[in-house]
Design a protein around this ligand. Sequence first.
Ligand SMILES: Nc1ncnc2c1ncn2[C@@H]1O[C@H](COP(=O)(O)OP(=O)(O)OP(=O)(O)O)[C@@H](O)[C@H]1O
Ligand SMILES: C[C@@](O)(CCO)CC(=O)[O-]
Length: 917
Amino acid sequence: MAPSIDPHALGKLPLHDLPTPEPESPRRPRKPYKFSTLCATVENPDMKDQYGSSSVPIYQTATFKGVSGEFDYSRSGNPTRSHLQHHIAKISSAAHAITVSSGMAALDIILRLLKPGDEVIAGDDLYGGTNRLLTYIRTHVGVVIHHVDTTDHASLLPYINAEKTAMVLLESPTNPLLKIADLATISQQVKERAPNAIIVVDNTMMSPYLQRPLEHGADIVYDSATKYLSGHHDLMAGVVTCNRDDIAQKLAFIVNSVGNALTPIDSFLLLRGIKTLALRMDRQQATTQMVADYLYLLGFKVHYPGLASHPGREVHNRIADGNGAVLSFETGNKELSEKIVGGTRLWGISVSFGCVNSLISMPCVMSHASIDPATRAARGLPEDLIRLCVGIEDPHDLLDDLERALVDAGAIALDVAQNRYVKVPAQDALSLAVNQLHLDGAAKKQEEWLVSAPGKVILFGEHAVVHGVTAIAASVDLRCYGLATLRNDRKLSIHLQDLDDFYYEWDVESLPWNAVTPIAPGEEHPEELDQRLVEALSEKALHEIKADQKAARGASLVFLYLYMILSKPQDYPTFSFTTRSSLPVGAGLGSSASYSACIATAALLVHRRITLPPLPQPTSAEHIHISHQGRRAITPATAEEVNRWSFVAEKILHGNPSGVDNSVAVFGGALAYARPGFGKKSGMEGIQGFKSLKFLLTNSKVPRDTKKLVAGVGEKKANEPELVNGILQSIQSISDEARRVLADPELPRDSLLSALSALMTENHQHLVTLGVSHPALETIRSKTAVPHGLSTKLTGAGGGGCAVTLIPDEFGEEQLQDLITALIREEFQPYLTSVGGSGLGILSPYAAHRTPGVPPAPQALDQVTPPDTPTPHEQIAGGAAPGADDLARDPLRAPFLAAPDAELAQWAGALGRWLYV
Ligand SMILES: Nc1ncnc2c1ncn2[C@@H]1O[C@H](COP(=O)(O)OP(=O)(O)OP(=O)(O)O)[C@@H](O)[C@H]1O
Ligand SMILES: C[C@@](O)(CCO)CC(=O)[O-]
């Protein structure tokens, strides 16, 4: 006969007492609430509180008065514990739940179901404490234990005995190797061969949120509720759930006899913890996936079922709803692992897991130390294994902290060419750690990045594009170049050769760090600029730069703003940025966007927020890397990232840019661009047929300010909305028509050219009405129209700057020379340019891609004429402009500054292979 027990010793779930939503309609049945709702809703209709308290009270009492009440003695039953057990049964979809003083106490009451002579089949990768208790049962109770590899369900078969097998003890995923046992298949095969055997599953790693083994054939499930169920490492508790009444009654009898039921206060705390179980788990699990991917990509052997490489992934996906928040990885060396574990700050060194704080441990030294080394080795538990239990802290902080510990231990090192960390072979790692500082310095000294981006010509739609109209633009073959060289002296410097050789340097510590909130990788920059940072920089870092050096001030602001907002907390690699351009600055050919693209790329590279694709392995000695010869060597994701930050830089320079200029600077080619946010299709689309067109660009040399001109059109729109909106509509029609003619393969060439000429003239007239032309631009128009009959329009922001003239095929070489001479005579600067070339480029950092001997080795540098010592910046900065030492350290810098303007592109091309978007 079953022992008579108090009903409150069991959290028995009366069927259908779950709260469910109201029916959606008379025909639609109630649907069950989701898991997180169940967690947060603590209700037991059989135990209404007399005062209606919203939180379950703590009945901190050992005894209850009277003889006929529901409760008499807290060892047998307590209202707070009854509430908890009811709640756990509910979220576990179980008929019964029992709560005891720890996870091991839960296992203890389960193992007390065994008798001498019984046999138990258990996994070979069990938690150390489980192992210790099993050994005790074996030696003191005379139970036979078979340890098998439960990840191979066939390995259980030889040990299943219809009479003797009394219990099968499983964990999945196992701790700490995250091996997967097929709970469903094992339950089925055991039941077929030994129907009386009880299948027990330790579900602590998953919690009822992610896995409910009772649904897969288990008879008893237990959890150490100290872990995820509680979530805060402020209590110890064990939970047992089952559906079988006979087993539940026996377990309740044992608990009542032993007296290890959960105390009222711990029952209260556990109830409180469970309310946030799903929320915590979601966050912890998402971060764990990031950490697992990160370690895996570095080259470590990682154990986590969320990785495609995990051997048990398919089985796990079948039985569980998620991958959990524990992972482990191997470093190849125990001493190295100890250094890593000792080197983290955020990841606390601690046994256990499941709390909101992240933990790091070495199982062989800590949680599994109670298993002797020989047994550990026999069970394949690597001595160097590191276990990570991920909490709810900011994922980027956790990754940063881990990365720092890996670097300090020498487990990973910077691959300068790829601009990313890679795993160091374990045998080299320890000696690397000793030399870390030295090697780090050496690697950084070599780190030089040369980048470049083109300017643009807008054929149709400038200004209107700011207000949502489609613009048509193409890259020009004039480019801005930027050279970023890492420094080791905590200083940042900028050298703008085109702006009067402007040079300035800052101590990184002197920057207004308290005014910046860095934006983590993957996070979007808000729509608006961070005005607090802009103001702090203007007041503190830029105040010595005179107001009349407006262009240099703007360029410096962009440099510092991007540097600071892209930085990682406490990690400020410093660099010199040197730039020069074959584009006229501020003339409407997108000099600001090409500068923005260069500085954004440099800042992203220096902060290691973009990487370059690894050098492909040649398949044969003759193999040529076609993909690295031209476009598409820089991935679209990297290009997008650079473009996003180039747009931020453009906002600093332009106020309200449309994004067309930086998109051309990054993606190159020719494109139709529409700004998002105007309720119609936005983004960019490549346009073919542009490359064969010939344009003459003429710089009026009249200085103007794009920011002011854009703002002026904005004001006009506000004051004369009807007029301006009508113009915007007309310009949209012009862009649409231009796209149609460019896309029409049947259109004869002369019709295409005359259509484009007519559309240019029309577009120019609208820009005149918007008030952005200039007498100098009108002079250029008339010089090209008479006697040559060519169509010219302003391009870019207007107000001076450049004009673009379409040159028809039949326009003779001599005639062109006449026109150019006439324009030069008027003091204009004409450029004959081709359009549609490459966008952003980065000089390949791979030695195999560099031209040997170019640039000259540092000892040969004295043969290169260094630039004039920049003045008056020496006084401004109070520091030295690049001296001989700097130039020797940065082999590209001196020749970069010395190359003649007309040969800049050729010089850059001769250095080696360029990787382009
Ligand atoms: N080579 C460069 N070196 C340093 N700063 C530069 C360089 N080129 C552009 N800039 C920055 O960009 C600003 C020029 O931007 P502006 O928008 O007025 O001209 P633009 O980009 O040539 O014209 P548009 O935007 O009409 O095409 C300069 O004042 C300076 O701050
Ligand atoms: C005037 C403008 O349309 C083009 C500047 O090159 C402004 C912009 O689109 O950002």
